[in-house]
Design a protein around this ligand. Structure first.
Ligand SMILES: Cc1cc2nc3c(=O)[nH]c(=O)nc-3n(C[C@H](O)[C@H](O)[C@H](O)COP(=O)(O)OP(=O)(O)OC[C@H]3O[C@@H](n4cnc5c(N)ncnc54)[C@H](O)[C@@H]3O)c2cc1C
Ligand SMILES: Cc1cc2nc3c(=O)[nH]c(=O)nc-3n(C[C@H](O)[C@H](O)[C@H](O)COP(=O)(O)O)c2cc1C
Ligand code: SF4
Length: 641
């Protein structure tokens, strides 16, 4: 008996019977090849997610027209030549008992012309808010040709064995561009009032219906609110949903945003969980067909509540299934603490702008077959130094493969710098992920010694076959006149001694750590000034959280100074130097925080190499970076030894 009865009740969209209410959201992976064909990596990525227990998979956006390809990482279905490989994908999912739907897409003005080589097209000649590229306005004959491309794409999906199609009518892509008064100023049959702007979408559904069986699922994904001043709002989207229902749509998938509001579309940790549920709820009130809800519904209890309160019929999960393909099965079995938590950090979406999908917490993405660990034939005595994310990931992987693993941590608790990473406001997912790592470390037969500092001597005595150095970076204070001595406060000390921090704080260095500390302190009512010598704040953060943290600081009235180098620090003042301006003294601070450089920490490595057969340095000890590299290198070494 599951604690989530609604989430695990069966459902049906037309001919598609679904074992539970969890749907995998379409998410571009760049695991196809440059011509848009399915690859082995792509099949194993989706197979893994299907085996993880999801109700059905929606495969990433797939181009129905070469001019609608957003880049060379977008899959294609614009030609019959794609059918055999798409069939291999559908067959692989069906062989494991799963269900699979293909998302059909045309990016319109958001396609990249340098890549497609054809220039972009749109309902009206209004430039993309992102690329600023001016599109060509489609003639009505060209509009009809694209309607037909969608219908042909659906027919190919059917031939390849897909259980349904989803039409990408959201996120500022071509169909959304037609729906929106912001991007559609046409005066012909495809522009004007709501029903005329909805005509393109309506004709797509109608023409697909002519090519597929009556009960074949045709799901329409819309941006029910574009979150821009002049774009679509829920009330108008309800009218569009009704038009699509009448045209033959089988379900409405209520997403949000366009390229102008892209920092809200894939809600990072600064945005509320379930922030788009009200959109599904609104649509559900006006249509009889099923409605899907998406957007940070990452907590199973929230998903269950949305269904119980009848705000949606299906819950769509995106990033949580990148982070942990087995999430649905774990929820069903009540193993919530075993879920590898998505951080909502958006490293994934940033990665696919020019390369294959990556995930901060799941290094197996794109190499999914490696997740099922091969036992070692030669178990070794392995010593891991440092219990941060790198050390714990290595320990979990090595122990899972049957090695005899010991982990030494000099502090009284595991976690390393991830403990600081979890402290700023809204970063609870990092704390949850840390608890996940601790639980996995506990569950495996790893011998953990806390308050144990590794030295050349005690490592020699331990006589390991292999030593993994995961002892973090060497933190070196940045040299600024006046900061010599022990009294200086750095970011980590500031986080851990909040009670000693005064009301007026200067934070020297506005990269990732400085901005997050500023957010932490200003959220507690302190007056904060951030001084950064480069042109931008928040360097080192992913673009989405960087945008939001800067907004938060601005809204709270923090003083944000860029292009300014701090040349001297006194007890309550700093001196800043800017190009072509006289030096300036800023005074009256109670606390001044100075930045730290995270440098490679390789002294132990050179000592150990003389007596340990295998020595590896990973994570920040190798080079100060982020948890992504620490976890990836931990797993990599875990698979290598
Ligand atoms: C304020 C802050 C916010 C951050 N936010 C993020 C974020 O949002 N996302 C992200 O991806 N990254 C973030 N990072 C960076 C991330 O935390 C680090 O990159 C990551 O923790 C590095 O992992 P690691 O295991 O290599 O090293 P660490 O986390 O530094 O762990 C090293 C461990 O080794 C122990 N140790 C050191 N010497 C010895 C010894 N001789 N014997 C035994 N044990 C020893 C230390 O006590 C420590 O526990 C943040 C960092 C900070 C400081
Ligand atoms: C890496 C990545 C790629 C995405 N690609 C697509 C896509 O191809 N089509 C689409 O409609 N949405 C795409 N999205 C948006 C997701 O489908 C989903 O709406 C979003 O991630 C919010 O859901 P979540 O909070 O469950 O992750 C993508 C999101 C991510 C993170
Ligand atoms: S990269 Fe970050 S947001 Fe994306 S799936 Fe992984 S943990 Fe989640």
């Amino acid at each position: 008996m599951t604690a989530f009865p609604n989430l695990f009740s069966p459902f049906r969209i037309g001919s598609l019977s679904i074992k539970n209410r969890i749907v995998m959201s379409p998410m571009e992976t760049h695991l196809c090849n440059a011509e848009g064909f399915v690859t082995k990596e792509l099949i194993s990525y989706y197979k893994e997610r299907s085996l993880g227990g999801v109700g059905y998979i929606t495969v990433e956006n797939t181009a129905v027209d070469p001019a609608g390809r957003v880049n060379d990482g977008m899959m294609c279905v614009h030609d019959d030549k794609y059918i055999p490989d798409l069939k291999k994908l559908a067959d692989a999912i069906h062989a494991g008992g799963g269900k699979i739907v293909l998302q059909l897409s045309h990016a319109g003005r958001e396609a990249l012309p340098y890549f497609t080589g054809t220039g972009t097209v749109a309902p009206s000649a209004i430039p993309s808010p992102l690329t600023k590229e001016m599109p060509k306005e489609l003639t009505s004959d060209e509009v009809k040709a694209i309607v037909n491309s969608f219908a042909c794409g659906a027919e190919r999906a059917l031939k390849a064995g897909f259980d349904g199609v989803e039409i990408h009518m959201a996120h500022g892509y071509l169909v959304n561009q037609f729906f929106s008064p912001e991007s559609n100023t046409r005066t012909d049959d495809y522009g004007g009032d709501t029903s005329r702007r909805a005509r393109f979408g309506k004709e797509i559904v109608e023409s697909i219906r002519k090519k597929v069986p009556d009960d074949y699922p045709v799901i329409c994904r819309i941006s029910a609110d574009e979150y821009t001043e002049t774009g679509l709002k829920l009330e108008e989207s309800k009218e569009i949903a009704k038009i699509l229902e009448k045209a033959g749509a089988s379900a409405i998938h209520a997403s949000a945003c366009n390229y102008a509001s892209a920092f809200f579309n894939i809600p990072c940790y600064y945005l509320e969980e379930g922030c788009f549920v009200h959109l599904a709820e609104g649509i559900k009130k006006v249509v009889k067909i099923p409605v899907l809800s998406v957007g940070r519904i990452h907590d199973p209890a929230m998903a269950e509540k949305v269904l119980r309160e009848n705000k949606a019929d299906l819950i769509v999960l995106g990033r949580p299934l990148i982070a942990d393909p087995y999430l649905p099965n774990k929820v069903k079995e009540g193993k919530l603490a075993d879920i590898q938590v998505c951080l909502s950090c958006n490293r994934c979406i940033e990665s696919i702008s020019d390369k294959k999908l990556i995930c901060t917490v799941n290094p197996y993405v794109g190499k999914d077959e490696l997740f099922h660990l091969q036992k070692t034939v030669k178990p070794k005595k392995v010593l891991i130094i440092g219990g941060g994310p790198a050390g714990m990931s290595a320990a979990i992987t090595l122990s899972g493969r049957g090695h005899n693993v010991s982990l030494w941590e000099k502090k009284g608790e595991l976690g390393g710098n991830l403990r600081y990473a979890a402290m700023p406001p809204k970063k609870e997912p990092v704390g949850k992920f840390l608890r996940y790592l601790l639980k996995q470390t506990e569950k495996k037969s790893i011998s953990v010694s806390l308050n144990k500092e590794a030295t050349e001597n005690n490592i020699k005595q331990f006589a390991a076959d292999a030593v993994v150095l995961a002892h973090g970076a060497k933190d070196v204070p940045v040299e600024i006149k006046g900061t010599e001595g022990d009294g200086v406060l750095n970011v980590k000390r500031a986080f851990s001694s909040i009670e000693t921090i005064g009301n007026n704080v200067a934070i020297v260095g506005g990269a990732a750590e400085g901005c997050e500390l500023a957010d932490y302190l200003s959220s507690q009512g302190k007056k904060v000034s951030v001084i950064e010598m480069r042109r931008v704040l928040g360097l080192g953060l992913v673009a989405h959280p960087r945008f939001h943290v800067c907004e938060r600081l601005r809204k709270r009235g923090a003083t944000l100074i860029i292009n300014a180098k701090v040349t001297e620090v006194g007890r309550d003042y700093i001196i800043i130097s800017r190009r072509k301006m006289p030096d300036e003294k800023l005074e009256g601070f109670d606390t001044i925080v100075i930045p730290t450089l995270h440098q490679p920490n390789t002294e132990l490595e050179s000592q150990l190499k003389t007596f340990v057969p295998e020595v590896y340095t990973i994570g920040d000890a190798k080079e100060g970076r982020t948890a992504l590299e620490a976890i990836a290198e931990g797993v990599e070494i875990g698979l290598k030894i």
